[in-house]
Design a protein around this ligand. Structure first.
Ligand SMILES: Nc1nc2c(ncn2[C@@H]2O[C@H](COP(=O)(O)OP(=O)(O)OP(=O)(O)O)[C@@H](O)[C@H]2O)c(=O)[nH]1
Ligand SMILES: *[C@@H]1O[C@H](CO)[C@@H](O)[C@H](O)[C@H]1NC(C)=O
Length: 231
């Protein structure tokens, strides 16, 4: 792992000197997951104080994901939720490229909308990036008692990139689908980009092996009621 470097130009901490994080959220038939993933993103970004925008790239989902996204945009604001839909399912790789073209942030965060990633880890990714001025920050999964599972080839992880680095990587990647994400990290190593790692418990799914905590579900539902009452 790279050592901590001197910070050049005194890049700000929280809310400091203009770092903006663009979260790319590709969706295909995520009508049911989108409300909770956005609620969690807004919650954890709000608590951290980092500036963000969420770019939803929906590929003509037949389940009406885009209509749900429009409702959520009304709730959270068009400055926070950007909709950059495409006509039809064109694949994950090009969805990222499309989203990136519309991103204003100097950092890009890539994650799935299907609740396989918990947004609570995002502030840790950001802190890690600042700690070493890393080009890329990726999750490293652990199996329970601190045992390293290593690079996850089967399942995808959240990643944070400097925008310029992500641009260079996508230009050089040829794979499709989720292999694309693996290729990006392989190329990052080839290009000698510095990669920070955030330890993530192997069971970090929002649903699945580790469920949302009961408290989180309750406060999500309360939050929804408040939203319906006030909008
Ligand atoms: N915009 C867009 N999003 C997609 C597409 N395919 C998957 N997604 C989204 O990308 C995230 C990862 O979904 P997965 O289904 O695991 O994607 P995948 O690994 O390509 O798997 P398959 O789509 O089943 O081949 C989820 O948020 C999906 O809703 C696509 O073609 N376009
Ligand atoms: C990356 O580093 C290795 C080892 O120092 C070096 O041989 C290689 O040329 C570097 N690659 C690039 C793209 O700079």
């Amino acid at each position: 792992m790279a050592t901590v470097r001197d910070r050049k130009g005194g890049r700000g901490e929280q809310d400091g000197t203009g770092d903006l994080y663009s979260v790319l959220l590709p969706t295909y038939n995520e009508r049911e997951n989108l409300p909770i993933i956005l609620w969690l993103l807004v919650k954890y970004f709000g608590e951290s104080g980092y500036k963000y925008e969420i770019i939803i790239i929906d590929d003509g989902s037949p389940d009406g994901t885009l209509e749900v996204a429009k409702q959520l945009q009304k709730i959270y604001g068009a400055d926070k939720i950007l909709l950059r839909p495409r006509e039809k399912k064109l694949g994950l790789g090009t969805a990222y490229i499309h989203g990136m073209q519309h991103a204003s942030g100097n950092f890009i965060i890539i994650m799935d909308a299907d609740l396989s990633h918990h947004p609570k880890f995002i502030p840790e990714f950001i802190n890690k990036q600042k700690e070493g001025d890393f080009d890329v920050v990726s999750g490293t999964r652990y199996i329970g008692n601190g045992g390293v599972y290593g690079w996850d080839l089967k399942r995808k992880v959240i990643r944070l990139y400097k925008k310029s680095v992500l641009q260079k990587l996508v230009e050089n990647c040829v794979s499709k689908g989720y292999v694309f994400q693996m290729e990006m990290i392989v190329r990052a190593r080839q290009f000698n980009y510095t990669i920070g790692e955030v330890p993530i418990s192997f069971v970090d799914r929002v649903y699945g092996e580790s469920k949302l905590g009961g408290n989180e579900v309750v406060s999500f539902l309360k939050g929804l009621l408040t939203l319906f009452a006030t909008t």
